[in-house]
Design a protein around this ligand. Structure first.
Ligand SMILES: Nc1ncnc2c1ncn2[C@@H]1O[C@H](COP(=O)(O)OP(=O)(O)OP(=O)(O)O)[C@@H](O)[C@H]1O
Ligand SMILES: [Mg+2]
Length: 372
């Protein structure tokens, strides 16, 4: 802490080129603690208007300060450089400034298995660039890069708690990155105004992990909701679209049931029908198969493939089910430790000689991934 407290004095005005006037003024006037608090408070909303740059700047200041005062620090702490552990690109140190689930504080090389894209994809509908997302001290995404090709069904696989759902929330603008960018069909999501974000969401079909139905509406009204909200279609047309989608998912007889009268799997299928009613260009399914029996999982996979073959678009499916991956994926990305380990066409990933990818896709007990 002492090295950061020294920052303003130690640097003096010579270091100003990397400082924005606002950050410098804030550091001088309020002291580092308050600046950090300000950055914390501005969090997601601030990212949209670019003021998150202050956060980066602050970290850069820290790095510059550490560089300037490096030899002194080393003499004071007598700590060898390599015991620092992994240092992120913004200069923050794993174990001191942040933690990553599954990574030990002294690990200097947590990304040794992260070999990245097997081939560079063009025609990406979604591009995630260097995204960092931290909740408190826990960094869930740590410089994540991923392109999801248009007109393909992509699957994101990864151990539980690695940030797959968090990733989806960044794509639809429910969470903003602390750093980096999320580009959907050429638009930077964190830069969109609220109105533009609302417009953009019309392109999306979303199936949340828990189905996320409105508990006070029957199944028909739940599925009709996006049509009533986002289109000016008449009730007759809505009735015909909703009935078709509900029939497709095997809920043709459940129009007037309330969500709490359905099983978990039925709610999931209703959520699936709702995700598709707007014929979206981009569909995101967060574990569409959890809670379904094996036959219904297989049927749902068939349905996803059929609908995709009919309407095209970029589908992103998150699942733990390797059977689902084999059945429906064109493209697979494996997420671990806040970054993509490897991504590429399904067959290449299933035959990958990357130790982690091999272990994960073969569900092997031997490999880099352990229970903790
Ligand atoms: N809004 C939030 N505030 C604080 N922590 C959060 C928030 N959202 C997610 N997290 C944390 O981020 C981590 C990743 O969560 P996420 O739900 O993305 O995991 P996941 O990969 O989808 O896991 P699963 O496969 O079990 O669904 C978890 O440790 C979770 O507690
Ligand atoms: Mg999840």
């Amino acid at each position: 802490m002492s090295e950061t407290e020294e920052t303003p004095d130690a640097q003096g005005s010579e270091e100003t080129p990397i400082n924005s006037p606002e950050v410098e003024a804030a550091v001088e006037n309020t002291g580092e603690g308050e600046v950090a608090a300000e950055i914390e408070a501005s969090d997601e909303a601030a990212a949209a208007d670019g003021s998150i740059a202050e956060g980066e700047q602050d970290l850069l200041d820290e790095e510059a300060s550490a560089e300037t005062t490096g030899p002194v620090d080393a003499a004071v702490t007598n700590e060898p450089e390599e015991s620092k552990g992994f240092v992120a690109t913004d200069g923050s140190v794993l174990g001191r400034d942040f933690i990553i689930p599954g990574v030990g504080p002294g690990d200097n090389d947590p990304y040794k298995w992260h070999t990245g894209p097997k081939q560079v994809t063009t025609n990406n509908a979604i591009e995630i660039k260097d995204v960092v997302k931290q909740f408190g001290r826990t960094r869930i995404l740590n410089g994540l890069n991923l392109g999801l090709p248009d007109d393909q069904i992509s699957m994101v696989l990864g151990p539980s708690g690695t940030g797959k759902s968090v990733l989806i929330k960044h794509i639809v603008g429910l969470l903003y990155p602390d750093h980096g960018d999320v580009i959907v069909k050429g638009d930077s999501v964190p830069d969109l105004s609220d109105d533009d974000l609302f417009e953009m969401r019309k392109k999306f079909g979303l199936l949340f992990q828990d189905g996320a139905l409105f508990g006070s509406m029957n199944i028909f009204d739940n599925v009709a909701f996006p049509l009533r909200q986002h289109t000016d279609k008449g009730e007759e047309e809505i009735e015909s679209i909703v009935s078709r989608r509900l029939r497709e998912v095997g809920l043709g007889e459940a129009h007037f049931k309330m969500p709490n009268e359905l099983s978990g799997g039925m709610r999931k299928r209703a959520g699936f029908a709702r995700a598709l009613v707007l014929d979206p260009e981009i569909v995101m399914f967060d574990e569409p198969d959890s809670g379904l029996d094996p036959v219904r999982t297989a049927l749902l996979c068939e349905l996803i493939k059929e609908v995709h073959a009919e309407s095209g678009g970029c589908y992103m499916v998150i699942s733990h089910d390797l059977g689902t991956a084999r059945r429906i994926a064109d493209f697979i990305a494996v997420l671990w430790k806040g970054r993509i380990v490897e991504s590429g066409p399904k067959d290449e990933l299933f035959e990958s000689d990357n130790e982690f990818v091999h272990q994960f896709l073969q569900a092997d007990v031997v490999g880099p991934l352990a229970m903790d």
